[in-house]
Design a protein around this ligand. Sequence first.
Ligand SMILES: [Zn+2]
Length: 326
Amino acid sequence: MITKQNFSFYLIAILLFSFLILPFSSAFAANPVSPASGEVLKTLTPELSWSADKDAVKYDIWILKKSKKMFGLYMFLGRSIRDAAETKTKVKTGTLEDNSDYLWTVRTITKSSAIGNFGKTFKFSTAVNPIHQTPQQPTSPDTSADLNTVSGLLAAIKAKFGITMENGTAEWVLSSLRVAYNTLSKLPAKFYSCTKNIQRISTTSLGAGVGGYVNSGDPSRLYMTNLGVNYDLAGIIVHEMTHCFQFNGNYSTAMSWANQFWTARNSYNGQWQPVSAPPTDYGRTNPLEDMAESVKLYVTSASTLKYKDSARYDFVKNYVMNGMEF
Ligand SMILES: [Zn+2]
């Protein structure tokens, strides 16, 4: 039976890996082909092409734009319906803006499904006239850093946050590094200093739906998969960094979280039960995932958490974010 007293043993036993499982799109759908995901474009009217699906009746191309105000959120921008015979379309003038990040995906409509299937999501950034710092960034001492190149961003992240962005079975690209840099720039040193390495991997044997994970045996290093990078890079980095925070000197904070929001109420199986509902379904897994999801929302969607659960919001503000609010 698991009690609060042996909570830490319970956590170590079941949380060798703490990871985030994401919806996994069907393999039977048309996928974006070009521009390659992560590409930085020198045009505002790129041609988007995708793989053919023999069952397609129509293709429905969706473009989402990353909001500069609501950090990390991709907002629906527009769509284009194409015939089954077409596998490319040129983005119309006036659709894209310079120095912005976009995500796109193809919905394949078939005879048997009018709802269709979404394929993979690809991202691209526009940089016709590159800027040296995104306008919403607070001024930082390293204005000399070149934030328009991969090597410049790798150096800036290392210099400013002490974090090494590692290439593993996949490589960091410019658009992802920008998201990582901007995300880290928001966070207090108390939080980001618990993470030393962020490794880019293509997939993991932990499962096809895993977007990122931290191995508690090496709790300063987090891993980001292709799925995680394409799905919600900023959110998953913050989620996984919360595990680095929990495992690197802040275990008592994690215990306080568990004591405040969870209780070993279920005497049948000894499972911890939330006292109040965690803000996401994945947060119901256990107290550490609840905390990681709450910190993620605090950083990427503060008003959502504040409105949904002011107690969790206040805890994150006071004990994780050093009073910083976004
Ligand atoms: Zn997790």
